[in-house]
Design a protein around this ligand. Structure first.
Ligand code: MV4
Length: 520
């Protein structure tokens, strides 16, 4: 086993990798940018090396600086986490050539999956269904037109070098094809430095379901079931769960077997994820892409299978066989994860950097919080604004939602805006609770939300008017009563009832205020 591992990442995932290292008795080494000197991941490691200024291109993306740091600290292996260099084949090669071990698949498997068209060819060769379309980049607009006619509208144009929805265009008819073609090409060129695009038939209201696979260097390949990732906002996952509410044991086994076949076909080693689109109506599934890294949402698989994916990545990289076989994998209960971002959900999810001035963390039955921050942390504008992943496990989906709701209400982050209030609304949403989770979920949810907010504002105004009217009416009645009784003390009793009405009004409004008051 390794004695020392360098973690080429930051934030919550670096902290997650530290924990697996500690479990295995391995000494973790941090790298950090000048902006991250005081961060949690640095403090939790035994050693730390500064690799440059805050911008990622000058620090976390600098291959030579990271390899030098590993050599200088005598680390034997490098864990890339996700993002940054995790799916960079050139980095994997440089690590190996420096005599170190890259904790992840070989550079060849990464290259095949890095290009969506070559990934689609690999899937076809492995006998895994792909979305109908081309497996080679389009060579001309005329070819696009012919193929769109052949497969039938609507079609999707996607960047070969892309993934995750960037450079993707939905084209509904012949008339839209030219502009879609031009836009997709130029977006691909500017985002990936590669303008090649390919064509797929569009799947209507698909679900995004992915399969976790794991392979060792001895030819064992297994799957750990699916994650439901259909709730996305601008192609970013928002909530992930395991199992998928639409999956049954049969579909899991069929999709799992397909994913294992694909991993085997590219001699995959380590943790990987095979993404599928699943048609909502027919449950037919199609290969979309394979991610050759540990994914952000891996905790839901860990909670349901009990398998520590990061520990397994490390032992497999050290040459050990998988610690379990396919028949040992059991799925128990249900887990849901929320990505807590330093973003303002009331302002179009605008990034909200700054210092954490108050922090109340959630704990208790079934709760796991994978966090990279603490009280006093500075959330920098230079990096992804993910600050933590809050996951809840329960015996059933209902129980995991109950626990998630409780944890979200406990969780308070002050000093910056976060997506916590957005999740507090989602876990109370009827469509979410009844698992209507196709890819249109977020836009429908936002519509419902805007509607409720409008009604809320109206109710508020009506309520205020009602309170004022009640106070006036009360005062009037009191006054009439005073006059009728011929009381000599009418004046002072009118004053008292007026004061009582005012107090009542204030109490009523303050109760309403307490229910809707802004969280820190
Ligand atoms: C699609 C699609 C429909 N048909 N491909 C791919 C990357 C992902 N972020 C969006 N992708 C899609 N690819 C075909 N042929 C619909 C989507 C899609 C989507 C997929 C899963 C979850 C949410 C989504 C939101 C919009 C579009």
């Amino acid at each position: 086993m390794f004695r020392k591992i360098l973690i080429a990442n930051r934030g919550e995932i670096a902290v997650r990798i530290v924990r697996a290292c500690r479990d295995l008795g391995i000494s973790p080494v941090a790298v950090y940018s000048e902006a991250d000197l005081e961060s949690v991941h640095v403090r939790l490691c035994d050693e730390a090396v500064c690799i440059g200024p805050a911008p990622s291109v000058e620090s976390y993306l600098r291959i030579p600086a990271i390899i030098d740091a590993a050599k200088a600290t005598h680390a034997e292996a490098i864990h890339p986490g996700y993002g940054f260099l995790a799916e960079n084949a050139e980095f994997a090669r440089a690590v190996t050539e420096a005599g170190l071990i890259f904790i992840g698949p070989g550079a060849e498997a990464m290259e095949i999956m890095g290009s969506k068209t070559s990934a689609r060819r690999a899937a076809v060769e492995a006998g895994v269904p792909i979305v109908p379309g081309t497996v080679d980049p389009l060579t001309s607009f005329a070819e696009a037109k012919e193929l769109a006619g052949k497969f039938g509208y609507p079609v999707m144009l996607k960047a070969s070098a892309g993934g995750g929805g960037k450079g993707m265009r939905l084209v509904e008819s012949d008339g839209e094809l030219q502009s879609g073609f031009d836009n997709a090409q130029s977006e691909a060129a500017s985002a990936f430095g590669d303008s090649s695009i390919y064509l797929e038939k569009a799947v209507s209201r698909p679900r995004h379901i992915e399969i976790q696979v794991f392979a060792d260097s001895h030819g064992n390949v297994v799957h750990l079931g699916e994650r439901e990732c259909s709730i996305q906002r601008r192609h970013q996952k928002v909530i992930e769960e395991c199992p998928s509410p639409i999956n049954d044991a049969g579909l899991r086994s069929t999709m799992g077997t397909a994913a294992v076949k694909l991993a085997r076909a590219v001699n995959y080693v380590g943790a990987g994820t095979v993404e599928f689109l699943v048609a909502d109506d027919t449950r037919e599934f199609y290969f979309l892409e394979m991610n050759t890294r540990l994914q952000v949402e891996h905790p839901v698989t860990e909670l349901v299978t009990g398998i520590d994916l990061v520990r397994e990545q490390i032992t497999v990289a050290a040459g050990a066989p998988l610690s379990f076989s396919q028949k040992d994998v059991r799925w128990s209960g249900h887990a849901i994860e929320c990505r807590v971002y330093a973003e303002d959900p009331e302002n179009n999810f605008f990034p909200s950097p700054g210092r954490i001035k108050y922090l109340q963390l959630p704990f208790g039955p079934g709760i796991r919080d994978d966090s990279g921050i603490e009280l006093g942390s500075e959330v920098s504008i230079h990096y992804d604004p993910l600050i933590s992943k809050l996951a809840a496990w329960g015996r059933t989906r209902e129980e995991s939602i109950d626990r998630l709701r409780r944890a979200l209400d406990e969780y308070e982050v002050g000093g910056i805006k976060t997506t916590l209030p957005f999740f507090r609304e989602i876990v109370r949403d009827g469509e979410f609770k009844s698992a209507r989770l196709d890819t249109g979920f977020i836009s429908r949810f936002n519509e419902r939300r805007a509607q409720t907010k409008d009604e809320g504002a109206d109710n508020g105004t009506h309520h205020d008017i009602a309170v004022i009217a009640a106070a006036i009416q009360y005062a009037k009645l009191q006054r009439e009563a005073n006059f009728k009784s011929g009381s000599t003390d009418g004046q002072s009793r009118w004053k008292m009832s007026s004061r009582a009405a005012q107090l009542e009004a204030r109490n009523l409004t303050s109760v309403r205020g307490a229910r809707t008051h802004e969280r820190k």
